[in-house]
Design a protein around this ligand. Structure first.
Ligand code: ARG
Length: 467
């Protein structure tokens, strides 16, 4: 080692530097505290880079093998908990390279030939995200499966349907749940589209301009399973669009989970009593012994904001950056990592909640749909089917609801005589026509809540889940 080497905390830098970083600045500058998350991807990417260097004749085959084996040892040390770099390593890239050089000697110093940390960190981040996206896509399938399992068993279970959170028309419970299955399907599709762009290799873009070495970017990309490589080196090192796209998709997943959470929370309330929370997924109060709280959906709803925040942070991070790499980019990681972790954790928790944490109260649900005016549209439809213009029927039914409310009766309690006094077109079959089971079954237009439609939709959704 050259005697004029800077002191240990600045050893990463060239000899242009005479003194070490101020300790507080070293701390401020370091990303090792969080980018250690990338270590497996960093090692994998470096191994591919080393193989490429050897194949291109930039280093010898033997050196290539030494690098790959040394990196593998760093990986094992990390997995065994024996590799815990500190602040002096600055970031995961330096940490790995330094340890590699300790293990295999001077050959380790050849690893960084023909690349820069700028293309390196971009490569690692994409590998990380590609991996996490595939996990999240599987988690979305698990979530869909949990909902579909309940849906399948509850095609003919009815639940009040709302608009403006006012009772509107009764629904098949399965139909209600299938709406969330459909949202999750779009989430899966979005992630699939995004992963194509994530799966583009910046490796070999160098610091910003490419390199003088005869590298083979296609080969390293192929080793890493990238589908394509960046055409422009500046774009390659400074593109974070994929991170924005991911956080946008993640935000939408959270929106969907949060809406469902909100419903679960009020379904579980004393006012609704549509579901019962099981002990495995709810907690009590430290003071009110009667309480059972819907912590899981509340936390999911609460965590939604931080994912939105990460999206906003990422957009703001990028918007003023001149080409190419700027240290600002180091800030992309915590947003991305926390976005990934939050979405993953919420999907897992909601899946467990639907698998085993709640029970729909079918008796209570049946009573709910039988005790309101949510069949009023069906009375209007009944008349319209008999030739009364719909708007006229609608106005008449409005009047019927008003007078029924005045005498504290539901539509089903009106006598045939009362019906016929209201309009001569009413016959004895009106009672069947407004029975909840019947009104739901009858909404058999494509995409509607009619049982036949719902059964088709479930079959289709299972296909999507299995594909
Ligand atoms: N830790 C850095 C980051 O996360 C790695 C890239 C550093 N590049 C540089 N030119 N300083 O962005």
């Amino acid at each position: 080692m050259a005697t004029s080497s800077p002191s240990s905390s600045s050893q990463t830098w060239s000899q242009r530097f005479e003194s070490a970083l101020h300790p507080a600045i070293a701390q401020f500058n370091a990303s090792i505290g969080f980018d250690i998350e990338l270590i497996e991807y960093d090692i994998t990417a470096s191994q591919a880079h080393a193989k490429m260097l050897a194949k291109a004749g930039i280093i010898s085959a033997e050196e290539g093998e030494q690098l790959v084996a040394g990196l593998e040892q760093v990986r094992q040390e990390h997995r065994n908990g024996q590799f815990n770099p500190g602040i002096d390593a600055e970031d995961v890239h330096f940490a790995v390279e330094r340890r590699l050089t300790e293990i295999i000697g001077d050959t380790g110093k050849k690893l960084h030939t023909g690349r820069s940390r700028n293309d390196q960190v971009g490569t690692d981040t994409r590998l990380y995200l590609r991996d996490k996206i595939s996990r999240i896509r599987q988690q979305l399938i698990d979530f869909q499966t949990a909902l579909l399992t309940i849906a399948e068993a509850n095609v003919e279970t009815l639940i009040p349907g709302y608009t403006h959170l006012q009772r509107a028309q009764p629904l098949s419970l399965a139909h209600h749940l299938l709406a969330y299955v459909a949202m999750a399907q779009r989430d899966r599709e979005r992630l699939e589209q995004i992963s194509q762009r994530v799966n583009t290799s910046p490796l070999g873009c160098g610091a910003l301009a490419g390199t003088t070495f005869p590298i083979d970017r296609h080969y390293s990309a192929e080793l890493l399973g990238f589908e394509r490589i960046y055409r422009n080196s500046l774009d390659g090192v400074s593109d974070r669009d994929f991170a924005v796209e991911f956080l946008c998709a993640a935000s939408l997943i959270m929106v969907h989970l949060s809406r469902l959470s909100e419903e679960v929370i009020f379904w579980a309330s004393e006012e609704f009593r549509f579901i019962k929370l099981k002990d495995s997924c709810s907690t009590g109060s430290s003071i009110m012994p009667q309480k059972k709280n819907p912590d899981v959906p509340e936390l999911v709803r609460g965590k939604t904001g931080r994912v939105f925040g990460h999206l906003q942070a990422m957009l703001t991070l990028i918007k003023g950056l001149p080409l190419a790499y700027n240290k600002d980019f180091q800030e992309d990681k915590e947003a991305l990592f926390d976005g990934v972790k939050t979405v993953s954790a919420c999907l897992e928790a909601m899946t467990i909640l639907f698998q085993e944490g709640l029970e729909f109260q079918t008796t209570r649900l049946a009573a709910a749909v039988a005790s309101d005016f949510s069949n009023a549209t069906d009375v209007a439809d009944y008349l319209a089917a008999k030739g009364v213009p719909f708007r006229e029927a609608y106005n008449l039914v409005g009047k019927i609801v008003r007078t029924s409310l005045a005498v504290n009766k539901l539509l089903k309690d009106l006598t045939l005589e009362e019906w016929q006094n209201l309009h001569p077109a009413f016959e004895a079959d009106i009672y069947e026509a407004i029975a909840p089971q019947k009104v739901v079954a009858a909404r058999n237009s494509y995409g509607g809540t009619g049982f036949a439609q719902v059964r088709d939709a479930i079959a289709q959704a299972w296909e999507q889940v299995k594909s």
